[in-house]
Design a protein around this ligand. Structure first.
Ligand code: SF4
Length: 260
């Protein structure tokens, strides 16, 4: 199916009762070749009226967060888990998610962004289930947002919804920091060409997940990167999460290219 046909089906969809209370069913928007796909929960009242994504107050916050992360709206693709407004901003029900998520699944296939960014608990819960990452309770969301997860050919970065800081302005700095990771994910770590992790990986001694999670992912969270920036010593066999790998130590010792 092409995106035009998918959007036509979304606009006409009557698969669940939300079609009776909506004004507009919202299709995804943005760059069809985007590396990053933002997945929000559902349209707000203003989005429902205007028929466009993120035009309400949370849209202003989103623009500011993207701006601070050095990313423009036209570079990304944005969509919703549920395409129609939820009356009185209530939470989505399981039957609504089951009826509507078909469209999101199709968008993920069509746009094929390598980085999926679910915003808030419900979108993250759905994406985690879809990719078999982990079951996630609402209480656990606050401990996992801003962390990078790997699934098949995707990188998944759950983030809080921009509207969060409309209710809790103290949260803004935290949100700015979390959204900055979008920019980090678009660049490789500057140390990668000379990092021992690259050498171990290319020699088949290190699992690719380390490279995808850190060197070509969230390198700012890498302990090696942080120590490198401060000019602190770290052995060759220290993994990006700061643990020491004895197997790599033996490998390095056998080949005589490490120092204590
Ligand atoms: S291991 Fe860390 S420091 Fe080395 S290239 Fe990867 S992210 Fe950068």
């Amino acid at each position: 199916m092409e995106i035009g046909e998918l959007n036509r089906r979304i606009k006409e969809c009557k698969k669940c009762k939300l079609s009776e209370t909506r004004i507009n069913a919202l299709c995804g928007e943005g760059n069809l070749n985007a590396k990053i796909m933002l997945i929000a929960q559902a349209p707000g009242e203003k989005e429902d009226r205007v028929g466009k994504m993120f035009v309400g107050p949370s849209g202003k916050v989103l623009d500011e967060l993207l701006n601070k992360a050095g990313i423009k709206r036209h570079e990304i693709y944005m969509t919703n888990l549920i395409k129609c407004v939820l009356p009185k901003y209530r939470k989505p029900r399981q039957d609504e998610i089951e009826a509507c998520s078909y469209y999101l699944d199709e968008e993920i296939k069509l746009i094929n962004s390598k980085i999926l960014v679910p915003l808030g608990y419900y979108a993250t819960h759905y994406i985690f289930q879809k990719y078999g990452i982990q079951s996630l309770s609402k209480a656990e969301f606050s401990s996992i947002y801003g962390k990078l997860f790997l699934a098949k050919d995707k990188k998944i970065l759950p983030l809080p919804h921009p509207a969060t800081c409309l209710y809790n302005p103290d949260f803004k700095q935290d949100l700015i920091k979390s959204y900055r990771k979008l920019h980090v994910l678009l660049e490789d770590c500057k140390w990668y060409p000379v990092c021992p992790m690259r050498r171990f990986y290319e020699e088949g001694k290190l699992d690719k997940k380390w490279i995808e999670l850190y060197c070509k992912g969230d390198w700012e969270s890498c302990i090696r990167y942080q120590m490198e920036e401060k000019g602190q010593f770290h052995p060759d066999w220290m993994l990006p999460d700061g643990t020491l790998d004895e197997r790599l130590q033996k490998e390095a010792k056998n080949e005589g290219y490490y120092y204590l």
